[in-house]
Write a protein that binds this ligand. Structure first.
Ligand SMILES: C[S@@+](CC[C@H](N)C(=O)[O-])C[C@H]1O[C@@H](n2cnc3c(N)ncnc32)[C@H](O)[C@@H]1O
Length: 221
């Protein structure tokens, strides 16, 4: 059974020839992409051997192993060609940014579907500052946890972005229920952190800035 999070990632993929699933672990994305005829060929990469074995097993069970190449290594390193699309999901933003930085010169024509587990602001900033625009941002609520999925590709020009694009995210453009719920959750979290910091006489300017942006946005809803 595919989780809502994985389904959300798959739903953002375009039909393509080659797809890379970086940090494939269980291989759900790789296998589904072939089964649903989204990609003709998938490179399933993991830095650890055990996850690759799991992914290989699943692909055999689902009879799609002839269309998936299993590669052991760091990020895009073991893939020898440029891919049309790449998924990097289920990792922290710092790790995703480090994978993207290393591969920067070979992903200019690759559509990226990214799902960070934390510090999404860091990832959004890296993308904008390195010439990758965010075309779609979705919020998925799965088992009471919120996940942000970002679709991004390289633009051959300087990208203009606002603080709101970094700290809140472009998912607000869709005005979905999940997006609204996430804003409320972010507001609660900011208020809590601010309260704690104030009690310790710490600087709360970051939290105040984000809170103002959230409140401004909530008023428009
Ligand atoms: C938590 S799992 C997420 C699996 C899957 N992508 C998902 O979203 O459900 C993270 C996987 O990424 C792999 N990984 C972490 N850093 C990596 C890197 N730099 N290159 C390739 N794989 C990596 C880990 O070994 C692990 O299997």
């Amino acid at each position: 059974m595919i989780s809502k999070r994985i389904e959300g990632i798959i739903n953002l993929l375009d039909r393509c020839n080659t797809l890379a699933d970086i940090g494939c672990d269980h291989g759900y994305v790789a296998v589904e992409a072939i089964k649903r005829k989204i990609a003709n060929k998938v490179f399933a990469v993991d830095i650890n051997f055990q996850p690759l074995l799991k992914a290989k097993e699943l692909s055999k069970k689902e009879n799609v192993d002839d269309k998936i190449e299993f590669l052991l290594g760091n990020g895009f390193d073991p893939i020898e060609e440029e891919v049309d699309e790449a998924v990097i999901a289920g990792m922290g933003s710092e790790n995703i940014c480090s994978i993207l930085s290393k591969a920067k010169d070979r992903i200019f024509n690759t559509t990226l579907v990214l799902q960070p587990m934390k510090d999404v602001e860091l990832l959004r900033r890296w993308l904008f500052e390195n010439g990758f625009d965010i075309s779609i941002e979705k919020v998925i609520k799965d088992k009471n946890r919120f996940y942000i999925i970002i679709k991004s590709s390289y633009l051959q020009k300087k990208i203009s972005f606002s603080d709101k694009d970094i700290y809140i995210g472009r998912h607000i453009h869709d005005r979905t229920e999940e997006s609204y719920e996430l804003l409320l959750k972010m507001k609660e979290k900011m208020q809590k952190i601010m309260g704690m910091k104030k009690r310790s006489f710490l600087d709360t300017s970051y939290e105040e800035k984000v809170l103002t942006m959230i409140e401004e946005e909530l008023k428009k809803w």
